[in-house]
Design a protein around this ligand. Sequence first.
Ligand code: AMP
Ligand code: MG
Length: 365
Amino acid sequence: MWSLLPWLARHRKYSYDGGILITPPIFPMPIPLLMPVVVLLMLFLPVAATADWYKQEQAIMGTRIVVEFWDEDKVHAEQCAEQVFNEMRRIDALMSPYKPNSELSRINQQAAGQAIQISEELFNLLEKALQMSQLSNGAFDITFSSVGHLYNYREGIKPSEADIQQSLAAINFRHVLLNKTNRSVHFARSGVRIDLGGIAKGYAVDNGIAILAKCGIKGGLVSAGGDSRILGDRGNRPWMMGVRHPRKKDAVAVTLPLSNTAISTSGDYERFFIEDGKRYHHIISPSTGKSVSTTWSATVIGPDATTTDALSTTLFVLGPEKGLQLVESLEGIDAVIIDAQGQMHYSSGLMPPTPEPAPAGPEIR
Ligand code: AMP
Ligand code: MG
């Protein structure tokens, strides 16, 4: 079974940012009442100025990494943030399918011919990925890449129907044979390729949070694209995070407060191109080798980002009905799925959201 850490949600009403649209908590006090508070704060300014929310961003793993936390000491903050970014770079060098020298690429090059020994770290993550495949009956499947690698979304390239049919049989997580005794991986047939794009960013975020915790940080956030994890809260308040509207630029579909938890969103707007009115995007149905068309976005809230990352991709593939059925069977997991009609579906652990005003701005595709 998928190993889920025991997790108690302090708030049963959550939110998410899609890793992008993080909004600070809204101060609930009317402006005139705020004035004495401002004056008081100014009296303490020399003290307050030494401590602050520290925020850094870098582009790593083909995405935007954000690290934000409270630290009294700017030099210490800079050192801790750099450790997080270095960890992201290390994981990218290990797991990128685009870097020919990564350990993952070595597996793709060699594991069809023979069983090859791999690092404990990669072995453990492969095990988790396969557990998610079992749990989702193959909706989450890292061998999607056997067909998936034929797409290039940036350049608008897709495989022909014949290419898809030729490679489709190589998609099956059961082709990935792990041997714990000698920590090896072997592909059961040729043509199999794996890609950890649906789980590795969450794993990197978890490691980033572990680094911040080791640094003594009590409140902060690490996010990598659509995967975020929050350590503690944001100064005795939850983080206010919005799920991005999948079809309205810069608009938020739902905003909810979140503390001490992980959250991931998978969306069909992340990497895609449109040809003849059809959207080709990066989340692939393992049974067809084509982009999933039942879902616009899937957001998952859970104990750690490795879990929420893998589950958000899984729910995207499963769609609202089967996806929420899976969520209800898991302890400590909640989800919001926006279907291909723009309808929002919530798991039972979430309170109905406060309706957002109709998002402004032009429709985007
Ligand atoms: P995410 O944004 O976390 O949903 O990850 C999307 C990424 O997951 C894609 O870019 C692929 O690398 C990978 N992926 C696509 N389809 C699948 C699938 N069916 N199972 C597992 N990973 C997938
Ligand atoms: Mg994911």
